[in-house]
Design a protein around this ligand. Structure first.
Ligand SMILES: [Zn+2]
Length: 225
């Protein structure tokens, strides 16, 4: 039994084992996660990311631009967005800024500007990032706080759709991939946070934080003052 790194439930069971590592599945949020002892050392992980930095740039650009176009349908105001966890090329940022929006980029290894994590954004893009989260609860909470009320979080990660085919799923063979989500995992997360799960199929998960008027106000803890 292992504590789930996403919902912190203690009830997980052994899910899969191969030569390289053991994975568990959480009874509560249905996250499949690898045993922490199999996580790569940070220096090795960083080197792998460095080698792969130029990969998937075209797809990341398409993903970001289609997200911006979708946001533009909701508002005519300039948007401020955050690309979290995988740095896009300068040309992609220029493309978005030519539409009068602002795009900031944060990456823990290659663009670790922590000031960017003290603001709020109209949209956040996480392109092939969630599968790398070792502490997904921490990251999920952070992303929720970084969203403005009414803001969108667009996630691209390969959803685990067939538990019985995990053994043959090549996505799990990359040892930097440590967290695997099912659609029900995102349903759980959205419900817990009070967010709207707008879409969760194929590789795209789209979540919206409720706008100010939708947010139920918590009770004041200072009513004795
Ligand atoms: Zn869990």
């Amino acid at each position: 039994m292992r504590r789930c790194p996403l919902c912190h439930d203690q009830h997980s069971s052994l899910f899969h084992q191969d030569k390289k590592r053991i994975t568990y599945i959480c009874d509560r949020c249905k996250l499949v996660f690898s045993d922490a002892s199999s996580h790569l050392p940070p220096a090795v992980e960083k080197r792998r990311y460095q080698q792969q930095a130029s990969k998937n740039q075209k797809q990341l650009k398409q993903f970001l631009i289609s997200l911006v176009l979708q946001c533009e349908q909701q508002t005519h105001l300039p948007l401020t967005g955050l690309n979290f966890g995988r740095v896009a090329e300068a040309q992609t940022v220029l493309n978005i800024e030519s539409r009068h929006h602002t795009l900031k980029q944060y990456d823990p290894y290659f663009a670790a500007d922590h000031d960017l994590l003290k603001r709020q954004y109209d949209f956040i893009c996480c392109y092939r990032v969630f599968e790398h989260f070792r502490s997904p609860l921490k990251e999920w909470s952070l992303l929720g706080n970084l969203l403005k009320p009414g803001g969108w979080l667009a996630i691209n990660t390969k959803l685990l759709t067939d538990l019985s085919a995990f053994d043959k799923w090549h996505h799990k063979n990359n040892l930097t991939h440590v967290s695997f989500y099912q659609r029900s995992t995102f349903e759980f997360l959205a419900q817990e946070a009070g967010f709207k799960l707008l879409f969760a199929a194929n590789d795209l998960i789209l979540v919206q934080k409720p706008s100010g008027s939708d947010i139920k106000r918590g009770q004041s803890s200072h009513d004795d003052v």
